[in-house]
Design a protein. Structure first.
Lengths: 233, 372
């Protein structure tokens, strides 16, 4: 069974959306805490972040939404945000408060594995990562390793990046932790192709767009990914 | 000596993993180039035969009749500002790395013009990210970049100024890191950039220190430079840092005082002092001078502030404008609005022997000044 991680930007209606996504087959929820200058994100998530900030989704409010979400679903909830948010709130304090609100781990895309290793988090590796860095990230990571499929920022692509296959192969050679691929995976076809190579996928930008249409559209989209993953043995 | 990763609690590499191997590659190349005599010889040759070094030190008796004030004339450099020191040096690094596609960010357009210039000189592809608001404010520099063969890509979101232009340049680098060299314009960004830019701008202070010793037979009481990202200031200050009796004053735009009113945070790959709110969200900067209109600052300046080796003072738009007009009228020198901030604080710093970095010329600012 392949794992499906779905990214949603924290908003007041996120708990309801997460419930719909989980019912439709999401196994893990990545919850974006918006940041004004998200370097790793393409236009869809950047704009979602701008809307979230305009709606008052500051760190404390994001933690409330996290707790409200945790009350509704039992899947792992992983805040995904940037170093500046941790630095301002206090690294240890945000880790503690988020875990108290239901976070099971963290993803910090502008925090490479060698910076602040004491924050237990899901580490990201990229097609440009050397084998030494793959090992470093795999050793440090919390539960699974996030394979960035593309050399680029988040956002839908027409095709699944050809760089995923060699990256997955190199990662397999250095670690036994589950490998989930993300960045640029947006369709059931991508999901199926990626699932041939790795243990799971993460879908962000396209899920954020579907969520903007409401819980029903999000559930339909997540369900299509679930079916695609389940078609892979 | 290893390449500096941090400056006290500031600096570092807060970037996506995708860029780390490229930063490692750059750091390793830089560690050998900075000890490489052939690199320094080539850089020196270009700076002296192409870019206009050394620049003179000019006494300004009419501008500052009650002081012995000297200006370090970076405004006389090719392309009109100190930015070319850095652009020439980094273009040489890009060549040694075999990268033929150059990207840069620009605010006022001075760094974009300097980058477009060296790319034309070396036959490199050049793409400059610039906020659409800055494109509007600095139209002549956009035309210059186009003339030099660069492609200026407008950035249409957020503040539409230097902050977003820098973010977009970094996103481009993430997507094209295999082929592309990011020629950053100030002493900001992930390590090793702050050290590279400082070392390439150090020539300003090295020359100024030798020149003032030759003219006056002693060190200045005070050295003054404007601070946006802080590249002319770090270059001006650095060789004076061991001279503990020399007072170092960095001058920020009052509406963009990342050091004076900022707090610690992370932006564009480094931890530094920033204009950020209590949640770590980056705030908008405001300055009449596009080159100072940036909510961050180089991490080494934050460290110099915390260790009290340098002090950082604010200057309002009106004070900068007054200094601008005064230098024009008394000395026949049209300063950049950025440098005018340093001039204003140099006049009222209370010291006698003062050296000011005149980081650029003000032709680009005429429309902004005349509109007032």
């Amino acid at each position: 069974m392949k794992t499906l991680a779905v990214y949603l930007m924290a908003m007041p209606d996120t708990p309801e959306l997460v419930e719909a996504a989980v019912e439709a087959g999401a196994d893990i929820i990545e919850l974006g805490f918006p940041f004004s200058d998200p370097l790793a994100d393409g236009p869809v998530i950047r704009r979602a972040g701008e809307r979230a900030l305009a709606a008052g989704m500051r760190t404390k409010r994001c933690l409330e939404v996290l707790a409200e979400t945790h009350a509704r679903v039992s899947v792992p909830l992983i805040p995904m945000t940037y170093a500046s948010i941790f630095d301002a709130y206090g690294w240890e304090r945000l880790e503690a408060d988020a875990r108290a609100a239901g976070a099971t781990s963290f993803i910090v895309p502008d925090l490479p594995a060698d910076i602040r290793p004491e924050l237990r988090r899901v580490q990201l590796v990229a097609p440009t990562s050397t084998d030494a860095r793959l090992k470093l990230a795999a050793t440090a990571t919390d539960g699974w390793l996030y394979l960035v499929t593309v050399t680029g920022t988040t956002g839908a692509r027409a095709e699944l990046a050809p760089s995923l296959a060699p990256l997955a192969e190199r990662a397999r050679a250095v670690t036994d932790v589950p490998l989930y691929a993300g960045f640029g995976i947006s369709t059931p076809e991508h999901a199926r192709s990626a699932a041939e190579l790795v243990d799971g996928i993460a879908v962000g930008s396209r899920a954020v767009e579907a969520a903007e249409e409401g819980p029903a559209e999000l559930a339909r989209f997540v369900g299509s990914l679930r079916a695609a993953l389940d078609s892979v043995a | 000596m290893s390449v500096s990763q941090t400056f006290g609690v500031y600096g570092g590499r807060y970037v996506p993993e995708t860029l780390i191997p490229a930063l490692d590659e750059l750091e390793s190349a830089w560690a050998s180039l900075r000890e490489d005599e052939s690199f320094h010889a080539e850089l020196h040759h270009l700076l002296t035969t192409y870019a206009g070094r050394p620049t003179p030190l000019t006494r300004v008796e009419r501008f500052a009749p009650d002081q012995r004030m000297y200006l370090k004339r970076e405004d006389l450099m090719h392309t009109g500002a100190h930015k070319i020191n850095n652009a020439v040096g980094q273009a040489l690094i890009a060549q040694r790395l075999g990268k033929r596609r150059i990207i840069a960010e620009t605010g006022a357009g001075q760094h974009g013009v300097a980058t477009a210039t060296v790319c034309a000189r070396f036959g490199l592809e050049c793409i400059v990210y610039m906020g659409s608001e800055d494109i509007r404010r600095q139209a002549p520099n956009v035309e210059r970049m186009n003339l030099l063969g660069a492609e200026v890509r407008p950035v249409e979101f957020g503040t539409r100024t230097l902050k977003e232009a820098t973010s977009e340049a970094i996103r481009d680098w993430i997507a094209n890191v295999d082929t592309t060299y990011y020629l950053i314009g100030s002493c900001v960004g992930p390590a090793p950039y702050p050290e590279i830019v400082r070392e390439l701008q150090r020539v300003i202070g090295r020359e100024a220190r030798e020149q003032i010793l030759q003219i006056e037979g002693r060190l200045p009481e005070t050295v003054v430079a404007c601070v946006g990202g802080g590249s002319n200031a770090i270059g001006m200050f650095y060789d004076f840092i061991p001279d503990e009796e020399v007072r170092l004053i960095g001058v920020e735009a009052a509406g963009a005082a990342s050091l004076g009113t900022g707090r610690a945070g992370v932006l564009h790959g480094a931890r530094s002092s920033l204009l950020a709110d209590e949640d770590g969200q980056i705030m908008d900067a405001h300055s009449i001078s596009a080159g100072l209109d940036y909510p961050g600052v180089g991490p080494e300046h934050a460290h110099l502030r915390d260790t009290h080796r340098a002090e950082y003072l604010p200057c309002t738009d009106d004070e900068a404008l007054a200094a601008f007009h005064r230098l024009c009228a008394t000395e026949g020198i049209v300063p950049a609005l950025e440098s005018s901030h340093a001039l204003a604080r140099a006049l009222d710093c209370g010291d006698d022997l003062v050296v000011v970095c005149l980081s650029g010329r003000g032709d680009k600012d005429l429309a902004e000044v005349l509109a007032r």
